[in-house]
Ligand binder design. Structure first.
Ligand SMILES: Cc1cc2nc3c(=O)[nH]c(=O)nc-3n(C[C@H](O)[C@H](O)[C@H](O)COP(=O)(O)OP(=O)(O)OC[C@H]3O[C@@H](n4cnc5c(N)ncnc54)[C@H](O)[C@@H]3O)c2cc1C
Length: 586
């Protein structure tokens, strides 16, 4: 048996820790979806759609999920990667939203995904003497106390007040004159793209059929009722009909496009607001803690991210291309100007390794200021057979998914058990703590450095065993990629065999984050990575060349767009680089 094969898992026989999303599983999932009437088909493989698939599958429903591009390639890989209550919602007195989000934070940290969700400290620099410390301090007392839930502890340490001197010890990079003192508090962070993929693997282990590069291009109808979707398998160029008793639309900023496919006036309208983040190397900002800064409209975070910092974000209306929102020079300057206002050694554009932009799916409201629009979600049942879910934020995906599947259950007119996802750990969570405690043994046995094992454990949890087995079978995969040494060659192969990656871009952007974590943005490792993917994805030399060319063009177009002053110019240049698997135009 070669390293790529292995026992075929069907949804029904799969068990936790072994559900894989390789090419064979994708074909099997599409065949299964075409062959039967499902209880539910979910449109969209972002965090909300993946959450709906897991919620429905664990209630015993038969489920399919189709995603037009790569899993999490929309907003769900482009967020600030925080699992948080949102301090600014507290300031807007939206206590219910904050409480709900903090309860989710506790659950994700401690039960659902302790391998993927981690506590992270933030420093809140105070700039006014007198009123500000008691005001922010009171908010943080509330923030900390709202975080207790489900019989769990908060999962993160409480806040503490700091003098300017002590704050400077934690964050020597801050300019002394930029603040008067500080408060440190804790939140949590997640690798957003990997979380979605892991949730889809978990859903598949509970029987869900999931397929990427499968676009919904129309709806099946019987009279007014929606009875399924027409799906184009974008890899094979074929169309299939997926019949389902209920369809759930979880397409984020594409919600209105899907509504247009259904016809009629939709009940939900979603508009997009762009947020841009910069990534800089860790050594450019000397600090042992993240930092949160107030801006005119909202807040700006400086977030520790492995050997890097993520800095963002912006908040501006966006009505151009939704799949590849472009960051302009003005966006980058905005972020740099704000962070530089507190740094003693300012960052320049030369310090920027990576840039990414994402679109918030905001429920269209009265206010013209996108940052004031609601982050809460809505569920609608516009016609029989169709449930729409939109809005919300990453942190509360599980609540959104539960509400959507409750609406599905209503439409199925049968007894469906209540949601149980608060008790369903994601793949890799079970056994994670024990393996973390045994990391020195794992390092000895595998011959890898303990720091490497820690990195792997925080990406795979207990599924690390599968990656280590792959390395044991193929020692040539034990070394790092030359040019992106945070990642092992084995991880590239595993992304294709187990994690649903189908193209080079999927691996360099979402299974790893090489595209934002290196100054070359992945171009220097593209050839090596493509050659590693060629085996499991059955590419010939021509396809390897194509993958590298498409990836390189994408990076060039992004770099050029980031030199443009306006969104329109940046978008026009970004659109010059085609997708390797184009989606069907509406
Ligand atoms: C800059 C920024 C920062 C953020 N930071 C945070 C944060 O720190 N914490 C937090 O909690 N939230 C944050 N959010 C919000 C959070 O990221 C989003 O609310 C969440 O990711 C939305 O997920 P989704 O599944 O609704 O949408 P998406 O992830 O966009 O998923 C929708 C999917 O539908 C697919 N699709 C579209 N049309 C079709 C079709 N016809 N057929 C099949 N598939 C289709 C798309 O390809 C896409 O993958 C942030 C958002 C942004 C933009």
């Amino acid at each position: 048996m070669d390293a790529y094969s292995g026992e075929q898992e069907t949804g029904m026989t799969a068990h936790m820790g072994t559900a894989r999303l390789g090419p064979a599983e994708r074909s099997a999932a599409l065949a299964q979806m075409a062959a039967q009437e499902l209880d539910v088909v979910v449109v969209g493989g972002g965090v909300v759609g993946a959450g709906v698939a897991l919620d429905a599958a664990t209630r015993g429903l038969s489920v399919g999920l189709v995603e037009a591009r790569d899993f999490a390639s929309g907003t769900s890989s482009r967020s600030s990667k925080l699992i948080h209550g949102g301090l600014r919602y507290l300031e807007q007195l939206n206590f219910d939203l904050v409480r709900e989000a903090l309860q989710e934070r506790a659950l994700l940290l401690q039960r659902i995904a302790p391998h993927l969700v981690r506590a992270v400290p933030f420093l809140f620099p105070l700039t006014h003497l007198g009123w500000e410390r008691p005001y922010v301090g009171a908010g943080l007392v509330l923030y900390d106390s709202l975080g207790f839930s489900f019989g769990f502890t908060r999962g993160v340490p409480g806040h503490r007040h700091l003098s300017r001197k002590r704050a400077l010890r934690l964050a020597p990079a801050l300019r002394r004159s930029a603040f008067t003192g500080a408060i440190q508090y804790w939140d949590a962070q997640v690798d957003d793209a990997r979380y979605v993929m892991t949730m889809l693997r978990t859903a598949a282990a509970y029987g869900a059929h999931v397929a990427s590069r499968s676009q919904v291009v129309g709806f099946l109808r019987e009279g007014e009722r929606v009875t399924g979707v027409r799906v184009r398998d974008l890899e094979a160029g074929e169309e299939l009909e997926v019949r389902a008793r209920q369809v759930v639309n979880a397409t984020g900023v594409w919600t209105d496009d899907i509504q247009a496919l259904v016809g009629g006036r939709g009940q939900i309208h979603v508009r997009a607001s762009k947020g841009v983040h910069l990534v800089v190397p860790r050594d450019r900002i000397h600090s042992y803690t993240g930092v949160i800064l107030r801006t005119e409209k909202s807040v700006l975070f400086v977030i520790p991210w492995g050997r890097h910092w993520i800095i963002g974000t912006t908040d501006t209306e966006w009505s151009l291309d939704k799949a590849h929102p472009a960051a302009s020079r003005s966006d980058i300057d905005y972020v740099l100007d704000h962070v530089n206002s507190v740094l003693s050694v300012p960052l320049t554009r030369d310090d920027v390794e990576g840039v990414y932009a994402g679109l918030r799916p905001l429920l269209a409201g009265e206010s013209d200021e996108t940052s004031k629009l609601s982050r809460e979600h809505v569920v609608a049942h516009p016609v029989p057979g169709l449930v729409m879910i939109a809005g919300g934020k990453y942190t509360t995906y599980r609540v959104m998914a539960r509400d959507a599947v409750d609406a599905v259950a209503h439409g199925l007119a049968q007894r469906v058990p209540p949601s149980c996802t608060d008790r369903i750990p994601l793949a890799g969570a079970e056994g994670y703590q024990a393996l973390w405690n045994s990391r020195h043994r794992l390092a000895r046995e595998s011959g890898l450095h303990v720091a490497r094992i820690e990195h792997l454990l925080q990406r795979y949890g207990s599924l690390i065993e599968e990656v280590l087995t792959l390395i044991a079978d193929r020692p040539d995969l034990a070394g790092p990629l030359s040019g992106a040494d945070d990642y092992l060659r084995a991880e590239i192969v595993y992304a294709a065999t187990h994690e649903g990656a189908r193209h080079l871009n999927d691996v360099l952007t979402r299974r790893t984050h090489i595209s934002i974590e290196t100054f070359h943005r992945g171009v220097a490792v593209a050839q090596e990575a493509a050659e590693l993917l060629a085996g499991p994805l059955e590419w010939d030399a021509e396809q390897v060349k194509r993958e590298v060319e498409y990836y390189t063009k994408r990076v060039e177009a992004e770099r050029a767009s980031q030199e443009q002053d306006t969104d329109q110019e940046a978008d026009a240049i970004r659109m010059g680089a085609p997708e390797i698997v184009p989606v069907a135009s509406d």
